[in-house]
Design a binder for this molecule. Structure first.
Ligand code: PMP
Length: 394
């Protein structure tokens, strides 16, 4: 086989097929609503991060169109050259107000916010201590940093303290990083304990609140607000692609952090600014959250309803404390099969397998949103029950 046919990748893809975990992507021909249209087949969508239904809301769409009319479709350059529009500045002011922090630096995605920020705020002679279940973008950010690294067992405070005790004197700065809400299990970080340990050992804290922002705290202000820890977490990351419904990421914290990122945050320096349509829509989403708890209230009402019913069916839903509802199956091939059969029966819920989660902990991850009706949730629950029984999972 010629090298141009990439035989080494063909072998790897064939391995995936043999393991039963090779998937084709479904194609959604409409918006990412509670029901999606997969090329003519309408299915209940239990897989989106569009927690509050703002991705296809008349107000956010109108704001996007207005921003396009005024600013065009592209920012035209990186922020630090000529891509910095007044709408980007406004977005950062609105987000800082929402998060109740001094300053916000916006990135083009949550992924590159983690990758760019961690790299910029740590260096040689520092230590990063990271929860073992932190998101892939944190792991990549840590890899890009010149700091040393240590990993603590998931939410294990005595392990974190052990590392702090042993390492504190060997390093300049120590940064403890955790997800606010863990994306594959839906559990919340033990932030009060982490902050207490950080203060005790003179370390800084960094929380990736991609799944907490727009979900937890007053009007969805996030995990820090949920625990009343304003001013005690140094770097608060959020994404604009999930509850906020658009695209982008940000870090909230002190003005000096923003000043530094403007000079050393590589995605800020080397990647084009967010498009105006996205920025206009995000400002509208955040404004809507600050105006009313209608969206977050509906989200939690739906989440509680769904979780209680699925758990009663006898499924293992782990220890989720948020709308993320993992239904843990274990075996990877069975998990993929379960997801396929659910789709055949009108419910789209994606299978999450290794390497996204540890081997042997395959799950379907049900994402409940404010947009689901109780009828849609009931239909999904009935289908999960029927297919689960067919496959002898319950
Ligand atoms: N952090 C966490 C915890 C996430 O779940 C995600 C999204 N999967 C990201 C960061 C990346 O965010 P984005 O999709 O905005 O790049």
């Amino acid at each position: 086989m010629s090298i141009h046919e990439l035989p080494y990748l063909k072998d790897k893809v064939n391995e995936l097929k043999e393991e039963g975990v090779y998937r084709k992507l479904p194609v959604n021909t409409g918006a990412c609503d509670a029901v999606v249209d997969f090329e003519g087949k309408k299915v209940i969508n239990l897989s989106s991060n569009n927690y509050l239904g703002l991705a296809n809301h008349p107000r956010t769409k109108k704001a996007a169109i207005e921003a396009v009319e005024k600013y065009g479709v592209g920012a035209g350059a990186v922020r630090t050259i000529v891509g910095n529009m007044d709408i980007h500045e406004k977005l950062e002011r609105v987000l800082a107000e929402f998060k109740r922090e001094e300053a916000v630096m916006v990135f083009q995605s949550g992924f590159n916010c983690n990758a760019g920020t961690i790299q910029a705020i740590t260096g040689k002679g520092d230590l990063i201590i990271s929860d073992e279940l932190n998101h892939a973008s944190i792991i990549d950010g840590v890899r890009l940093s010149r700091a040393d690294r240590a990993v603590f067992r998931h939410s294990d405070m005595s392990h974190l303290e052990e590392i702090l005790k042993e390492k504190r004197d060997q390093y300049n700065n120590i940064l403890i990083i955790t997800d606010g809400v863990f994306s594959m299990d839906g559990d919340i970080a033990k932030l009060p304990e982490i902050v207490e340990l950080a203060e005790q050992y003179n370390a800084m804290t960094y929380v990736d609140d991609a799944h907490g922002s727009g979900v937890l705290g007053e009007s969805g202000r996030g995990t820090v607000d949920h625990f009343g820890l304003h001013g005690k977490v140094d770097f608060i990351i959020g994404t604009l692609s999930k509850a906020i419904g658009v695209v982008g990421g940000y870090v909230a914290g002190k003005q000096v952090m923003k000043d530094w990122l403007l000079h050393r945050g590589r995605p800020i320096l080397f990647s084009t600014a967010l498009p105006p349509a996205a920025v206009g829509a995000i400002i509208e989403s955040v404004t809507m959250l600050m105006e009313s708890t209608e969206y977050t209230d509906r989200l939690w009402d739906n989440a509680k309803y769904f979780k209680e019913k699925v758990s009663k069916l006898g499924f293992d839903i782990g220890h989720s404390e948020t709308p993320i509802t993992p239904v843990i199956i274990g075996n990877e091939a069975k998990t993929v099969e379960f997801s396929k059969r659910l789709l055949d029966n009108g419910v789209f819920v994606s299978a999450i397998v290794f390497p996204t989660v540890a081997k042997g902990t395959g799950r379907i991850r049900c994402m409940i949103t404010a947009d689901h009706t109780k009828e849609q949730l009931d239909e999904a629950i009935n289908t999960i029950e029927r297919v689960g029984k067919e496959m002898e999972l319950i």
